[in-house]
Design a protein around this ligand. Structure first.
Ligand code: G1P
Length: 280
C-alpha cells in the first residue's frame, strides 16, 4: 500500500492524569519542547499520505478545533512587527487546501472502540490509520514504516514491555514461528491483562492500520476491560479471519499522557533540535 487516505485521531479524553493543567488545556495541546503533542501526530499522518484527518473530540475541548484555524489577524501583526520566523512557524503547521479536516464529537467516554466507530462514515472502505496522539514517537515516522510493510488485515505498532507493565497495554498473542524481521503475526490481542494472564510481553502502541471491516466488529462489541468498548476486542475478534500483525518500529516512543513522558519527550526533542541547529 502506498498511502493511507484517512487517519482518525481519538482526542476526546479528559486527560485526568495530567490535571490540573488539563482542566482548561487539552492534553493534546501540551508542548513537547517546540510543538504540541497533536502536531507530531498530524505530521505523522501527513507523512503517510493522509488527505482526510478525522478528530474524534469532546465539546469541552474547543481549543483542538481552534488550533487548526488560520489566524489572519495574528499573521498580520507578526508581519507588521517583522517577525518572519514566527510567521513561518505558523505556516509550518497550516494544512494544505488538499487536506480535509473533520471533527466528530464523542460526548460520552465509552472507550477507544466507541471513539473509532464515531469515524465510520468518514473512513470509507479502504484500510485507514488510527493515531493515539498521547503516544508520541520521535525519529522515523511510525505510520509510514508500518505502511511500507502493510499488505492486509489489521496492523498495530508493537514494542516489548516489562512483565509488570503488560497491564497498561493491549498485549499480542504471537503465533508459532510468528516473527519475520520487524513483523510479528498474532492470532489474538488482550487488553490490559494481569501479568499472570498475559500471552506475551509484546505490547500494542497507539498506531493502527485497520481494515474497514473493523466497523462491523465495533458495532457488535460489548463493554470490555474497564467497562469500556475496547478497540482491542474488535481487533481480536477479526484477527483469526483477516490476520493481525504487530510491527516493531524504529522511533522512540513516549507516553505523553503522563508528566514524566512529556518531560522525557521534550528533552529528547530539544536535543534533536539543538543538534540540528549546531550542525547548520
Ligand atoms: C490504549 C489501547 C491499548 C494500547 C495503548 C497504547 O490504551 O487501549 O491497547 O496498548 O493505548 O498506548 P490507553 O493507554 O488509552 O488506556
Amino acid at each position: 500500500m502506498q498511502s493511507l487516505n484517512c487517519v482518525v485521531f481519538p482526542v476526546a479524553g479528559r486527560g485526568t492524569r495530567l490535571l490540573p493543567v488539563t482542566k482548561s488545556v487539552p492534553k493534546e495541546l501540551l508542548p513537547v519542547y517546540d510543538k504540541p503533542v497533536l502536531q507530531y501526530a498530524v505530521e505523522e499522518a501527513l507523512a503517510a499520505g493522509a488527505k482526510r484527518l478525522v478528530f474524534v473530540t469532546h465539546s469541552s475541548k474547543p481549543a483542538i478545533c481552534d488550533y487548526f484555524e488560520r489566524d489572519k489577524a495574528l499573521v498580520e501583526v507578526l508581519e507588521e512587527d517583522g517577525k518572519a520566523k514566527l510567521v513561518s512557524a505558523l505556516d509550518d503547521i497550516s494544512l494544505g487546501s488538499d487536506i480535509e479536516v473533520i471533527f466528530v464529537e464523542q460526548d460520552q467516554p465509552l472507550g477507544l472502540g466507541h471513539a473509532v466507530l464515531m469515524a465510520a462514515e468518514f473512513a470509507g472502505d479502504a484500510p485507514f490509520g488510527v493515531i493515539l496522539p498521547d503516544d508520541v514517537i520521535l525519529g522515523m515516522p511510525c505510520l509510514s514504516e508500518m505502511l511500507s510493510d502493510y499488505k492486509a488485515g489489521h496492523m498495530i505498532a508493537a514494542m516489548e514491555v516489562s512483565a509488570q507493565d503488560v497491564s497498561k497495554y493491549g498485549i499480542f498473542r504471537p503465533m508459532a514461528d510468528a516473527t519475520i524481521g520487524n513483523l510479528v503475526k498474532a492470532d489474538a490481542l488482550v487488553e490490559k491483562p494481569a501479568p499472570e494472564d498475559a500471552p506475551s510481553q509484546l505490547a500494542a502502541v497507539g498506531r493502527y492500520i485497520l481494515d474497514a471491516c473493523i466497523f462491523d466488529a465495533l458495532r457488535q462489541l460489548s463493554p470490555g476491560a474497564g467497562g469500556e468498548y475496547q478497540l482491542t476486542d474488535a481487533i481480536a475478534a477479526d484477527a483469526p479471519r483477516i490476520g493481525l500483525t504487530g510491527r516493531r518500529f524504529s522511533g522512540q516512543r513516549f507516553d505523553c499522557g503522563t508528566h514524566d513522558g512529556l518531560l522525557a519527550a521534550g528533552n529528547a526533542r530539544a536535543s534533536f533540535v539543538k543538534g540540528a541547529m549546531a550542525a547548520e
